[in-house]
Design a protein around this ligand. Structure first.
Ligand SMILES: [Zn+2]
Ligand SMILES: [Zn+2]
Length: 368
């Protein structure tokens, strides 16, 4: 099976995060047909392991692809459209998976490198806690000297033949915030007998959004106080999102959220609970690796666009926390439309570019 055939097979049979059973089986069969050694990882993932023909095998490069799909009903009219009602590869992970397979097949035949090449087919990128966190917990690279973890993602804002690279801070951490203010509600006219939970929450929201900086987003998108014109409710709730580009800034905002809660408690005599559902860490690209990738790409005749950081999240951040890593974008042309929509359709011509880029980066980092 070549990588375009594999991509179409995966596209026909998309599966939701952490339910990638058939996908896992398809990957396993494709690897077996090529004689590539592997084991399963993180439940529904697969880890291919190829040792180079030369020298010591401690030095390692990890190429990563995410394999899950989204709860969307596909509206594309293509021969390989999704056969699973309500599930669709609308983020290009079918392409990521197929390109990784293409790279591994080629390098497995050649084996003209030093060290160990890992091909990581990772489940559950689209859903908290993220498959990457499960991979990291298993410590599959213990005992290896990991020179680079490399991942790519299709991007409709770039043309086919282009890659987008951002040295350093690239994508944001993503935490869900929930606020609960509780007190003695009651008749709105008897202010002496009640705790003003509504004003306390308003104050808390203003203090929360005051934490916004050019380097961090803190937004509250939902506030619920189900009182009435003359009723102050016992409980007011709110929800929001928080995004940062580095771990220190993230911790700084957490501590402000906690101290704000304390101040509001003291000022209004209410109880305040701030619940932080930690999402993915920020994706911080290794700066040297990013510049080396720019050189490698240019050498391959691939056009490099230097990208600005974006406030979206990716579980690839778990790798950038642990290893020198690079997450770059692969142009699929603006005709692809928006990802996470029912008509997202990236150009398969980009796959050859993505495979060349990944293959060359792997060899570059292994043979250094
Ligand atoms: Zn996505
Ligand atoms: Zn994605």
């Amino acid at each position: 099976m070549n990588s375009i055939e594999l991509r179409r097979e995966l596209h026909r049979h998309p599966e939701l995060s952490f339910e990638e059973y058939r996908t896992q089986q398809t990957i396993v069969e494709a690897l077996e047909a090529e004689g590539i050694p592997y084991r399963t990882i993180a439940g529904t993932g697969v880890l291919a392991i190829i040792e180079g023909a030369r020298g010591n095998h401690r030095r390692a490069v990890v190429l990563r692809a995410d394999i899950d799909a989204l709860p969307i009903t596909e509206l594309n009219d293509v021969e390989y459209r999704s056969e699973s009602e309500g599930v669709m590869h609308a983020c290009g992970h079918d392409m990521h998976t197929a390109m990784l397979f293409g790279v591994l097949s080629e390098l497995n035949r050649e084996r003209d490198f030093e060290g160990t090449l890992f091909g990581l087919f990772q489940p559950g990128e689209e859903l908290n806690p993220g498959g990457a966190s499960l991979v990291i917990k298993e410590e599959p690279f213990a005992g290896y000297d990991v020179a680079a973890v490399i991942g790519q993602h299709v991007d409709a804002r770039l043309e086919v033949g282009e890659v987008g690279i951002c040295p350093g801070e690239f994508m944001a951490s993503n935490d869900e915030l929930r606020f609960y203010v509780t007190g003695r509600g009651g008749h709105a006219a008897r202010r002496g007998d009640i705790d003003d939970t509504v004003t306390a929450m308003c104050d808390l929201v203003v203090r929360t959004t005051a934490l916004n900086t050019p380097d961090a987003v803190v937004s509250v998108g939902r506030v619920v106080a189900e009182g009435a014109t003359n009723v102050i409710p016992d409980r007011v709730t709110a929800e929001g999102t928080m995004r940062t580009f580095d771990a220190t800034e993230r911790e700084r905002i957490y501590s402000h959220l906690r101290s704000n809660a304390k101040s509001v408690e003291e000022k209004y005599g209410v109880e305040v609970v701030v619940d932080i559902n930690r999402g993915y860490p920020s994706v911080v690209n290794d700066v040297m690796l990013a510049y080396e990738a720019m050189i490698v790409a240019t050498d391959e005749g691939i056009v490099v666009r230097e990208l600005q950081r974006i406030p979206m999240a990716e579980d690839f951040g778990y790798y950038t926390e642990c290893f020198p890593s690079l997450f770059y974008r692969l142009g699929v042309g603006d005709k692809a439309g928006g990802s996470h929509t029912a008509t997202f359709l990236p150009d398969e011509a980009a796959m050859a570019v993505g495979e060349r880029m990944m293959r060359r980066m792997a060899l570059h980092m292994l043979n250094k």
